[in-house]
Design a protein around this ligand. Structure first.
Ligand SMILES: NC(=O)c1ccc[n+]([C@@H]2O[C@H](COP(=O)([O-])OP(=O)(O)OC[C@H]3O[C@@H](n4cnc5c(N)ncnc54)[C@H](O)[C@@H]3O)[C@@H](O)[C@H]2O)c1
Length: 267
């Protein structure tokens, strides 16, 4: 497969290492980085036969990727993903929180429709998205998500105005609201809330609670989904990657999306 990557940070680099470790090879790897940072991408990688570096979507398309993985952020989704979809290229968007912006979400689905391409949203740091999506189709679904992180993980967010993060001795709720409000107030922590909202009950009907807990061993995600079809609870304790905000399960979730795209059986 000819694999495109947007961004060359923690997820992209660790993803390539997991590809190598799992025998997932790319015939060509095309990496889109910001102009002026091309030299940060090594000339070769054991997971790919060839590596090309580009700085915009046209450059990516010139190398005819079979699949592109966005792992760069909201601005990169907005700048680069619509033209790729419009040109008929399937794109895995890891910065799912960007889709809380309804106008951007519409642009992406419009481009995918016109291009006949698929916008693929991996579960990322959360799990249970399959059954959540199934319950969503049945209607009358209520979802409550709780995201818990150590106090230091909330530094530089509006949580600092709610409590003294450094003085906490027990769990403190720093936000309650809809998934849409959570994505706006905490954009860097919006991916899981947005993924659950998009899969299940939507941004307004998904309730979010964010918690700072000095006893949290890492990033915890828990949600409850209640519908006439059943009641589901999911609780996940993730191991961080090199970037404390990005868990290893996110990277393996992207690896799974790549393997599924290239595979004959989808599970
Ligand atoms: N879906 C999930 O569960 C989940 C989980 C963790 C992270 N994420 C998201 O994945 C994204 C990447 O995470 P990361 O840990 O690799 O971050 P990172 O900061 O380590 O790497 C991001 C890279 O993208 C580059 N970049 C930013 N804007 C760009 C642009 N316009 N064009 C080209 N390159 C650009 C940056 O220079 C950086 O190298 C973030 O948006 C993060 O919110 C999603």
């Amino acid at each position: 497969m000819r694999l495109g990557l947007i961004g060359y940070g923690t997820i992209a680099q660790t993803l390539l290492d997991t590809m190598q470790a799992t025998g997932t090879r790319a015939d060509a790897l095309i990496v889109l980085v910001r102009a002026g940072t091309e030299a940060r991408v090594p000339a070769g990688h054991p997971a790919a036969d060839a590596v090309h570096v580009v700085t915009d979507a046209a450059g990516l398309l010139a190398h005819a990727p079979d699949l592109v993985v966005e792992c760069a952020g909201h601005a990169a989704v907005s700048a680069h993903v619509p033209p790729l979809l419009e040109a008929g290229t399937d794109v895995v968007v890891v910065s799912v929180g960007a889709l809380a912006d309804a106008a951007l979400h519409d642009r992406l689905t419009g481009a995918a429709t016109r291009g006949g391409a698929r916008l693929i949203l991996p579960p990322g740091a959360v799990g249970g998205v399959d059954i959540l999506a199934a319950l969503g189709l049945g209607g009358d679904l209520a979802v409550t998500y709780r995201g818990t992180k150590p106090p230091r993980a909330w530094a530089g967010t509006p949580a600092e105005e709610v409590c003294d993060l450094g003085a906490l001795t027990g769990p403190a709720t720093i936000f309650t609201g809809t998934a849409r409000e959570a994505a706006t107030a905490y954009p860097k922590n919006a991916n899981v809330a947005a993924t659950l909202a998009l899969a299940g009950a939507g941004f307004e009907a998904t309730r979010v609670e964010l918690v700072a807990d000095p006893a949290a061993p890492g990033n915890l995600h828990a949600f409850e989904a209640v519908s006439p079809l059943g009641r589901v609870t999911v609780s996940i304790e993730n191991t961080p990657s090199g970037n404390a905000r990005t868990s290893m399960t996110t990277i393996y979730s992207v690896l799974r999306a790549i393997r599924t795209h290239a595979g004959l059986t989808v599970i």
